[in-house]
Design a protein around this ligand. Structure first.
Ligand code: HMG
Length: 414
């Protein structure tokens, strides 16, 4: 990696307080549960109530990252919220978060949007800001926050989810150093997935979107290899983990196979058992151990890739320090990036600080009927006064709900 470090100094996840079990959902939809749990790899799915919006999820994640890693809000010089679940055509989610986190007025603050690639765009922008020497010792806070909705009974329904991942980027990263020179970029206008202005629900050409994702991975990897000057510098054999955008767990398996193929320089035929075995073994070591959070949270769009990174870092042991990782971000529409990093020296000492297990264990399991009531209530939420939304109606216990939507700003501190 190039001299002069930059990377992720702090991280935290925050998600909704309720979830649906995927076997329950499959049964209610008349589908074999194995299709959702094995075919897609999803076990549970986070469900945001009308009282949990992009702003409240982002704010709590940001607050956790700062407090767990002893970072004073005054140290933040840039705040970027990556989201495709905006609350306003004009006003960024980030400016509400800026106020709620008590960040300084001299903090540049904005929202980035490019489907699930939005937070990676924010992360690279923050790295550029630091590398350009404009941070003057300050840190950047990047928050990925989204609510994924396809609608009841659609093929996309089992790939919903919601949540936020906050990351602090600094010159002295305690968790992950990022190679600031090698970013493989890829952009192509495709209609694989979109959320038009009139709809909270996503439209998608699901199978085509998988092809677009894999083509983007190929394109971004080749760009990274060209910038690195040699494919060897990116070699998977030297990596300890490979992270991919995870719309559903099985997609990471498909991505890893494509990653192998681009390195190999050819497609692996279905009947090539030797290579199939190698890919499966490699997936079992480099990828699947770090997908346990994605499997119980679902697609959180901008944050999905980084949720896998949290899963890895919360298990960071001293022997992992210094080892290399790759990250592939894909945003429909489409934009993508491949980048590389290494676990920071001392990262293992911080593993417990970013573990969201306690929050996830405390979630409430919804029946499918309750989940459907919540979907209907979310549809109505923008057309009623916020005062009619009560966190207690959904048995929520947190301290910050329903901010920033419509003209009202509501905060609840029960
Ligand atoms: P589908 O068409 O209902 O499912 O929807 P399927 O028939 O393709 O089956 C899915 C898998 O389950 C298949 O495995 C089946 O064989 C298997 P595969 O062949 O792919 O390995 N299966 C079973 N396995 C075990 N037991 C069974 C069984 N039955 C079937 N009984 C689809 C799937 C992903 C298309 C749908 O959920 C969807 O449209 N999702 C939303 C779009 C999406 O997630 N796309 C991913 C790539 S694009 C992306 O990642 C960007 C995104 O995050 C948005 C953004 O950037 O903002 C989405």
């Amino acid at each position: 990696m190039a001299a002069g470090s930059v990377g992720i100094d702090a991280m935290a996840f925050h998600g909704p307080e309720c979830f649906v079990d995927m076997a329950d959902l499959a049964t209610a939809r008349g589908v074999d549960p194995a299709k959702f749990t094995k075919g897609l790899g999803q076990l549970e799915m986070a469900v945001a109530t009308p009282c949990e919006d992009t702003v409240s999820l982002a704010t709590v994640a940001g607050r956790k990252a700062l407090s767990a890693f002893d970072i004073d809000p005054k140290e933040i010089g840039t705040l970027i919220v990556g989201t495709e679940t905006g609350v306003d055509h004009s006003k960024p989610v980030a400016v509400y978060v800026h106020e709620l986190l008590g960040l300084p007025n001299n903090c540049r603050t904005f929202e980035t949007k490019h489907a699930c690639y939005g937070a990676m765009a924010g992360l690279t922008s923050a790295i550029d800001w630091i590398v350009a020497g404009r941070a003057h010792g300050k840190k950047a806070l990047i928050i990925a926050s989204d609510i994924a909705r396809y609608g009841a009974g659609t093929p996309g329904e089992p790939t919903q989810g919601a949540g936020a991942v906050a990351m602090v980027v600094s010159e002295r990263p305690r968790l992950l150093e990022i190679d600031k020179e090698i970013f493989g970029d890829y952009t192509r206008q495709v209609m694989d997935f979109w959320r038009p202005l009139y709809s909270k629900y996503a439209f998608t050409d699901g199978h085509y979107s998988i092809d677009c994702y894999l083509d983007a991975l190929t394109g971004a990897w080749h760009d990274a290899a060209a910038k690195a000057g040699s494919a060897e510098r990116l070699a998977m054999s030297a990596l300890d983990a490979c992270f991919y955008h995870v719309p559903f767990v099985k997609m990471a398996r498909k991505a890893h196979q494509r990653h192998w193929e681009v390195e190999l320089g050819r497609a692996i035929p279905k009947d090539d058992e030797e290579y199939a075995m190698k890919v499966t073994d490699s997936y079992g070591v480099l990828v699947s151990p770090w997908l346990t959070l994605n499997a119980i949270v679902g697609n959180i769009y901008t944050g999905s890739l980084f949720l896998a990174l949290i899963d890895y870092l919360r298990a960071a042991a001293p022997e992992r320090e210094g080892r290399g990782v790759s990250m592939f971000s894909y945003g429909s529409g489409c934009g993508a990036a491949f980048c590389f990093g290494a676990v920071a020296e001392g990262a293992a000492a911080h593993a417990a600080r970013l573990d969201p297990a306690a929050e996830l264990d405390a979630r409430r399991r919804l029946s499918v009927e309750e989940y459907e009531e919540i979907l209907a209530a979310c549809d109505k939420a923008d057309t009623i006064d916020g005062e009619h939304l009560s966190p207690s109606q959904w048995q929520l216990r947190g301290d910050l709900f329903y901010i920033g939507t419509r003209n009202h700003i509501r905060q609840y501190y029960p």
